[in-house]
Write a new protein. Sequence first.
Length: 383
Amino acid sequence: MNDVEFKDHAVLHFDESGFTGNNLLQKEQSVFCYASLECHHEEAKDYVEYILKKYRIQSSEIKGSSLLKGMRGKKAIDEILTKFKGRFKVSVSDKKYALAGKFFEYIFEPAISSANSIFYEINFHKFISNILHLELSTRGEMAEEIFEDFERLMRQGDFSSLNTLFSNSNQNGISPVLEKICAFAMYNKESVIAELDGYIGERSGKWALDLTNTALFSLLAAWGQEYIQLTAYCDQSKPLSEDQSIFEAMINREDRLTSNFSGVNSPITFNLKEPLHLVDSKVVHGIQLADAIAAAFAYLLDKDNQDEYAIKWRDMIEESVIFGSVFNEYDYLDLSKLEVQRNAILLQELVERSREGISLTENIGSYIQWLTIELKKSPLQLK
């Protein structure tokens, strides 16, 4: 890190495509893209005016979703991407997988919080999240109903309804592993209530399932690896307007801290010059360009889009999409791997401990070590 030569200051603009707030199951918007662009105001204003004039756009501002409806608009977006190549970063999230991750965060983690680092170290969270995503994607109405109940619980903040969550978990069609996850949730509902009561539904807690804050923080952290100080202009957003405390803590923050999460070192601090600016895109033109970039990534991530622009833009994914973007990784469900077999047995162990009222975390590290040794000696023959 000491050998890195940092640039002085970046003026950054942020906007999204696919915002649906807490509703992560909306079928029309399956992917959330949050784009960031490094660009000074004057350059952005001049370039927006150039694009509007060159492509005869019948509007006073650039709107990515509108431009994608026609070939001329796609050409305009393509020119924007070419012009600012290397100067934008994007956070992308599959919303169903993000919801599965939130499920682990709010249903599992409160019960295992005293030893959560152990569970994260062995990727138990990814095992659970990927199973839930698979169920949500392939099992049909049963899985959809469970997740809709979870979304409703988190949006409304009514924890009295937790008793009815998964009430249909014993109906035909539910898989054995989802049944175990449902059982874990029911046995540990009190820990969920204790952890979240008074938070969900209040201020920023109203947006507990929204992805905006997480995406913005990750993007700023990524830019902080290149620039000494950052100034951020964001399109007006209800989640951001509710609570900016996590970003205010980064104002004039000069230390550079990282976190080792699942074996990857990632930045967790950055240096903001001043508080976030929540602005109108009609006034701050860089927001319009970020909107076009976000729309392009939402378009290229849709497998149904196979035109020349979608294919061309997919070459930008590796360069522009940051670490921390959220997508399913079904390798974490490959039962031929020791790690996955261990996590499958660990889930059963947690359910049994929950049923018997035994501590979920006491001696859990020793249990996992023993289980690892046993599986190395005698791997399970599972499909």
